[in-house]
Write a protein that binds this ligand. Structure first.
Ligand code: SN0
Length: 311
């Protein structure tokens, strides 16, 4: 693997998932593969799971890890040809080349603005790094995707499924803030590569990018969508069509124990308790969010392993 910025960078998902399951059983199996190799993690935004699970994954492979919160560095310029006489002090072209002197792999987290759709969709932050760095780039959530999360989600479903073709529902939930579409995008993408009966439910106006959801059924009635579900993935996202807007705060979309029925509950975390999902779900045996978070380590490790092998 030469980079991991999208679910599309996975060649063979089934094989990758089986390798991740094996790796989980013996996480130090490749502990010398990353010897004398350095991962630099760049954060433009907050992180808990991503930062720690990616660092743990790298260390399991024997890598060294350096973290830079971009807010502590020089303010970066991304436009080409700008006269940099205002507040940006360093161009991404120079920063990316310098980082490549210190790192063998660079991972980056850069959320969307949720204001300028075209700019967000251009993925200018992660793509500038792909263009100007001379080492592989990993997305730790960019404007339009969170592929490490998607891989961990697929791994969790693979581990917990009790039938060959489980029913998986992605259900929108209310939230006080406007959140990115990155997590649902990557989840919707990866579900289309798994043998699952997948549908999405959300209020009208919350349709995700149709180029991503393709032929996935959209069911506007949540109760109908949840019928006979085996896995319910709950997530808020802001509107894609009315870009970045919060169109609904309808509390009736919150996930409850009654609505969940016998399904397993999934969420990428962090989660707003009793807004997105009630305590009774998160604190029950039906919730697999902690196992999902644990799988973040193995999804990162399988990606890093594959990238290290290509160096
Ligand atoms: C991010 C998101 O993309 O939805 C990261 C999820 C892994 N989530 C948030 O920003 C939640 C922030 C909040 O205030 O609840």
């Amino acid at each position: 693997m030469k980079k991991y910025t999208s679910i599309n960078d996975i060649d063979n998902l089934q094989q990758t998932l089986q390798e991740a399951i094996t790796l989980k059983k013996s996480p130090f199996q490749f502990e010398t593969l990353g010897k004398h190799k350095t991962l630099i993690m760049l954060f433009f935004n907050a992180s808990l799971r991503t930062r720690l699970s990616t660092e743990k994954a790298a260390k399991n492979l024997g890598m060294q890890v350096m973290v830079l919160n971009v807010s502590d560095a020089w303010k970066l310029e991304f436009e080409d040809g700008t006269v940099m006489n205002l507040d940006t002090a360093e161009h991404i072209k120079d920063a990316a080349k310098v980082l490549s002197q210190y790192a063998d792999v660079i991972a980056v987290r850069a959320f969307p603005s949720l204001k300028d759709k075209q700019k967000d969709e251009s993925e200018y932050i992660i793509n500038s790094l792909v263009t100007h760095a001379s080492v592989p780039i990993i997305s730790m959530e960019s404007a339009t995707g969170h592929p490490l999360q998607g891989l961990a989600d697929a791994l969790t479903i693979e581990e917990f499924k009790t039938k060959k073709r489980p029913k998986v529902v992605l259900s929108w939930a209310p939230h006080p803030k406007a959140l990115p579409q990155a997590v649902p995008n990557s989840f919707a993408k990866i579900m289309q590569h798994l043998d699952v009966d997948f549908c999405i439910t959300h209020p009208k106006g919350y349709e995700l990018n149709p180029e991503i959801t393709k032929d996935v059924p959209i069911v506007y009635n949540q109760e109908e969508a949840l019928k006979d579900a085996d896995f319910v993935y709950v997530k808020n996202w802001s509107s894609y069509m009315d870009y970045g807007k919060v169109l609904s705060q309808d509390t009736s979309w919150m996930m409850t124990k009654t609505k969940l029925g016998n399904a397993k509950f999934m969420h990428c975390l962090p989660v707003r308790r009793n807004v997105v999902v009630e305590d009774a779900v998160l604190d029950s045996e039906s919730s697999i969010v902690i196992e999902q978070a644990n799988n973040r380590t193995y999804s990162a490790q399988i990606v890093l392993k594959s990238i290290l092998k290509s160096l």
